[in-house]
Ligand binder design. Sequence first.
Ligand code: CTP
Ligand code: MG
Length: 335
Amino acid sequence: SLLTKGDVQRLDLETFNPQLISIYKSLIPSQEEVQKQRKFLTHLDRLVTRDWGGAKLFLFGSCANDFGVCNSDIDVCLSVDDEHSSKAELVMRMAGILRSDDMQNVQALTHARVPIVKFTDPDTGINCDICVNNMLAVVNSKLLHDYSQVDPRLRQLAFLVKHWAKQRQVNETYRGTLSSYAYVLMCIHFLQQRRPAILPCLQKMQPTYEVTVGKIKCAYFDKVNTLKNFGTGNKESIAELLTCFFEYWASFHDYNHAVISVRTGSFLSKDEKDWTRRIGNERHLICIEDPFEITHDLGRVVDRHSIRVLRDEFKRAARILRQGPNPAVALFEPF
Ligand code: CTP
Ligand code: MG
């Protein structure tokens, strides 16, 4: 069961809530930075379309999904219709174009699970990653963005959770903790579960947006302007929500059986997903269903060791938020 309002009254919300809001505001990218990103993207788009007929660029990740804090890297997807070249070859070609434009530190990671080219733009200092034909990421970024338009508390909660995760070093998939994408899905799911609900389940509503990516049909209600009042029946503050979020992951989530699912706005069981066994390196110690690639558990990177680290961090956060002192500082103390 989730915590009720009474449970968090111990918090000194009067002072804590404005502190959290001001931390949130300090994380928002400035107008100047947004301008800089636009300038960079316009330049990149011209460069690529000039030298590579049929190639198109799409923005995804934190710059597209509204969950980008300041100085985020920019994630770009190159879309090309070319059956004869491997992703590695397409990444190499992209790297060549970037080098000829004097981009800095151009690295083609052709052997990675998802081949990408990484580089830095010398004019703006922006770091950018380009992957190839990963349109699902473009679509799931739109889904996250659309959710962020429904209730402002999602963006606030997600910024604070992402900031906490980075400060506490539990936002490192290569070390077995969770991606930013996974944390945002956890926030969306959490707000879908509040009573009254703060977010709807867009994928269960009448679809107004439909695309097919490979074999996967992506459909959901995206006229989110009509949902601006959806969450207004729930008056919980960001301080209450952040506290309940960590209490949930510290003490109430059923790690043995439950799967969180934004797609259905509910919980599924590990049994029905067949996520009960370890296969290769994929364990299912914390289960977060991808909204479109539903065989995909975003918790699969988490192992025996890192699940302990994560759960201990959830408990630490919950304890600080419950007992203080000075939770707005202690919560985000660097690990
Ligand atoms: N993504 C995905 N599947 C994953 C991880 C990421 O599809 N397992 C895609 C999502 O579209 C996500 C994007 O890659 O929006 C970038 O992921 P990530 O870096 O985790 O999130 P950001 O929002 O870019 O966060 P950050 O600010 O930390 O870069
Ligand atoms: Mg990113």
